[in-house]
Design a binder for this molecule. Structure first.
Ligand code: FE2
Length: 292
């Protein structure tokens, strides 16, 4: 992945779960993530050869704890730290807040989201095989002031805007060639709408549907082909109420001059190219941010 700003990759999502065992089992059995390390109160999971792309810890509420972003270099990490100071954002920790990370810090930004910015985790040798996704890909957050959050991501981390829906209905931003690492949707409340995992083909989304059906569950939406991002996606709910997307065929952007694509919000082609169906109640779901 080639960074276009100060962040090279989306790192991980850390969630609180009231039923840690159920969340971990679901991530293992349905999504196909591997548990890399686990204690009674915390579990580190990954799809690839890194220590964690998803962290669950036991909590009194189901919520987002924080988002992990990988800084492109030590200089980029220092530059972000400086901008966070200038922005007056609340620092949660001057040190890494998860294991196996040598350098990083955490702060609370717009909409109450906590960001952990760090230098890449040393690669782990892990068991290969199974049916899991390739890697963690993006988050999609709900924001009360999507323009402010979009500007913050651009100014602080160097994200670039790929697509925009209407004036401020949604923004899709990239930190590398993936069309989006962070998407923002305008909403009456802040929160994580979904987090997404990359896979190779729509066949994998079909197999996910089969695994859900065999365990008495269902896809919540999809497979659909989105307009913005062009990805084929399937969505389902995990036990703590988080929404997970498995996707394939996401647009890759290599042209630094690529213009922002602006979609009309009335034309639902941006959301669903194939059948136009959009399960609107799903858009109110997801997880709130934990106070830090
Ligand atoms: Fe998504």
């Amino acid at each position: 992945m080639t960074a276009i700003g100060a962040i090279s990759e989306m790192g991980y999502v850390a969630l609180k779960s009231r039923d840690l065992a159920a969340s971990v089992k679901h991530a293992n059995d349905i999504l196909g993530l591997r548990t890399i390390e686990e204690s009674g109160t915390k579990a580190f999971l990954s799809a690839q050869d890194t220590h964690h792309e998803l962290v669950y810890s036991k909590g009194d509420v189901d919520a987002i704890d924080h988002f992990g972003l990988i800084a492109a270099s030590r200089d980029d990490l220092a530059a972000i730290r400086e901008k966070v100071s200038r922005g007056g954002w609340k620092i949660v920790s001057e040190h890494p807040i998860e294991d196996h990370i040598e350098e990083g810090f955490a702060f609370v930004g717009p909409e109450g989201f906590t960001w952990h910015v760090y230098l890449a985790i040393e690669r782990h040798v892990i068991r290969l095989g199974g049916y899991g996704p390739d890697r963690f890909g993006h988050i999609n957050v709900r924001a009360q002031d999507p323009i402010a959050l979009k500007d913050f991501l651009i100014d602080t981390f160097g994200f670039r805007l790929s697509d925009q829906i209407g004036q401020d209905s949604a923004f899709f931003l990239r930190c590398n060639n993936d069309h989006h690492g962070i998407a923002i949707m305008k909403s009456p409340s802040s929160g994580l709408h979904h987090f997404a995992w990359q896979t190779q083909s729509i066949q994998d989304i079909g197999r996910l549907g089969d695994r859900l059906a065999r365990t008495g569950n269902r896809l919540a939406w999809g497979p659909v082909r989105h307009g913005a991002g062009h990805n084929i996606a399937g969505y389902y709910l995990e036990p703590n109420g988080g929404i997970i997307e498995l996707y394939a065929d996401l647009e890759q952007i290599f042209d630094p001059e690529r213009k922002v694509v602006v979609w009309s919000e009335d034309d639902l082609f941006w959301l669903n190219q194939w059948d136009g169906n959009v399960p609107w109640p799903l858009f109110e779901a997801g997880l709130p941010a934990l106070d830090h």
